[in-house]
Design a protein around this ligand. Sequence first.
Ligand code: KG4
Ligand code: ZN
Length: 334
Amino acid sequence: MRGKESRLLTLGIETSCDETSVAVVEDGRRILANVIHSQVELHHEFGGVVPELAARDHLERLPHLLDQALEKAAVQPADLDLIAVTRGPGLVGCLLVGVGVAEGLATAWSKPLTGVNHLWGHIYAAMLARPDLEPPLLGLVVSGAHSDLVRMPEHGRFEVIGRTRDDAAGEAFDKAARMLDLGYPGGPALDRLARTGDPRRQPLPKPSLPGLEYSFSGLKTALLYRLRDLGEAVTDQDRADLAAAFEQSVVESLLEKLDLGLEEQPVAEVVVAGGVAANTLLRKRAAEVVGDRARLTTPPLDLCTDNAAMIAAAGYLGGGPRPADVDPSLGWEP
Ligand code: KG4
Ligand code: ZN
């Protein structure tokens, strides 16, 4: 028998976009299982996520992933204390699948259910990477749909201090990757290509807005024009150099605001998370920019991209239980 007082188990379910994931997390900080199925191959031929296909695939795969997670964690449904599911933001059909399944399990197993904000999950991924990490912290969440600079004064409370005016960083990377014929998913491919390029050979402007806002649409247009000017004469080296220049502009723009946020209100802990935090240059430069002003936590790659362990952590540590009603356009509120 397990000592229930010291070992509370949360089942996490994540289906907001193109990863189906189920996890079991102990005390909100220790991963017992975190199984992830990426739909990359399913959407590859379409060059992006097809929402209807994504939702159907989540529904088909969830039962098996659930079995796998429970087996890997060596727990029975009766051992679980909480079920945490992403309620937004994300694709509505995909979110409905996750919440529907979670509601069914909560009823069948008589367990409490909590709805989780996916963006909170990205921050809480850092607490799985570093179980001693506590707010207050300054967080940069960079994903496919968000580039947000947030302050987290305490568990379950977030204040947005900076956001993008147009594209999110991940969206910008994905669009640039498409222009460079790198296909979907674009971010990781652009990262790889950029490693073989030199940003100084094809410099692109670094977007800069006053205050803490980002904008990446001008940079995207600059890349488009540069490629148009090069036309048929474009070489593989040009493409690598442009990938490196684009990456550098996005990364420096993100970190300029992080730097400013840290200057304006110093804090001991900084978290850089979300899918784009898997980017090689961003990880390296974030460490340099934060320096010894604060302790930087960047979750390992598999906790940066979407996964259910971060949802379980946020569901357990972030207060609640909260209603699990689907909200595709949820901001940073619970
Ligand atoms: O957080 P995430 O997995 O899903 C969302 O919640 O959106 O983020 C996905 C985004 C995609 O835009 C993807 O291209 C980007 O993260 N991404 C990267 C890298 N790995 C994933 N962008 C740049 N470099 C990477 N290594
Ligand atoms: Zn995400």
